[in-house]
Design a binder for this molecule. Structure first.
Ligand code: BV8
Ligand code: ZN
Length: 244
């Protein structure tokens, strides 16, 4: 199977990739829905929604602060680096990620579409100004707006919550990449969250060969051309090392 996947990538005109929390698992960042995952003590609707934030911004920020501290101690793993290497070799390559941890950026991925936002960006709920803040955990919760203007607003994490639309321009590029791909890699996602998971169906319907890299079965496993039951940090380097 691995050589067949390598051949697919070697001969592909256009490659698109969708990653989820699973690609950061081997960097020590818990996934959302695996045992011991980020949602373990909470339910998504308790925290990653505008309603939860309106009700208790401090609680939601405590969760994000905890995640920021966790991510700040993590390093990109061989899976992240392998995707950054693939991007260098394939002219028409797009990496679409549901992850907000910034590890793809740190591994050197450039053609990167962050469809669920970025945990290191803060956005003022009053004036909408955005800023990057890389401090692992923020001293004051919720953080105040620092736009320098008269705004008294406070900031929220620059991520997409449940019930919120995805950034339109980034989403449009993601759909275009999925629709044009010869090969679509779906890596480390439970393929449960929409519209992100819909990209797999769009790629397949547009004629792409879809390859899933995931140690576990997911709702898309049955529909794809290849299901590679392996952790990303082990599988992805094998794809890169032999596609000289
Ligand atoms: C929207 C950012 C409309 C925040 C996140 C009922 C049916 C269908 C859909 C819905 C429904 N009810 C509501 C909806 C819509 C909802 C949705 O899909 N809900 C799901 C739960 C059913 N979607 C939305 O609300 C979206 N918005 O629809 O808006 C709209 C439109 C226009 C205008 C206004 C409104 C917004 C969704 C985005 C939510 N934000 N995150 C944050 O991170 O804090 S979602 C969250 O889940 C993360 O982004 C995460 O990336 C994403 C998906 O999870 P995964 O990444 O897949 O992680 P998970 O733990 O689930 O799986 C890990 C996988 O890795 C597993 O398969 C595991 O086997 C594998 N793995 C483990 N180790 C490894 C590994 N793989 C490889 N290697 C390893 N070592
Ligand atoms: Zn402001």
């Amino acid at each position: 199977m691995i050589s067949a996947i390598r051949d697919l990538i070697r001969t592909a005109r256009s490659v698109a990739v969708l990653t989820g929390a699973g690609i950061s698992a081997e960097s020590g960042i818990p996934t959302f829905r695996d045992a011991g995952g980020l949602w373990r003590n909470f339910r998504a609707e308790d925290l990653a929604t505008p309603q939860a934030f309106a009700r208790d911004p401090k609680l939601v920020w405590e969760w994000y602060n905890w995640r920021r501290s966790l991510i700040a101690q993590a390093e990109p793993n061989a899976g992240h680096y392998a995707l950054a290497e693939l991007e260098k070799r394939i002219p028409d390559f797009t990496l679409i990620t549901q992850n907000v941890d910034g590890l793809h950026d740190r591994a050197g991925s450039m053609r990167l579409l962050k469809i669920h936002g970025d945990i290191w960006t803060l956005r003022c709920t009053a004036c909408g100004c955005e800023r990057r803040d890389l401090r692992p955990s923020l001293p004051q919760l919720p953080p105040l707006c620092e736009c320098g203007g008269p705004c008294q607003g406070f900031a929220r994490p620059g991520v997409v919550w449940f019930g919120e639309g995805l950034p339109p321009a980034i989403w449009a590029k993601s759909e275009e990449a999925a629709a044009n791909a010869d090969v679509f890699l779906v890596i480390g996602t439970s393929a449960m969250v929409y519209p992100a998971a819909g990209l797999v169906h769009l790629a397949q319907a547009s004629g792409a060969k879809v390859v899933e890299v995931n140690p576990a079965e997911t709702p898309v496993s049955r529909m794809v051309a290849f299901t590679w039951r392996a952790p990303a940090a082990e599988a992805l380097p094998l794809l890169v090392n032999q596609t000289e």
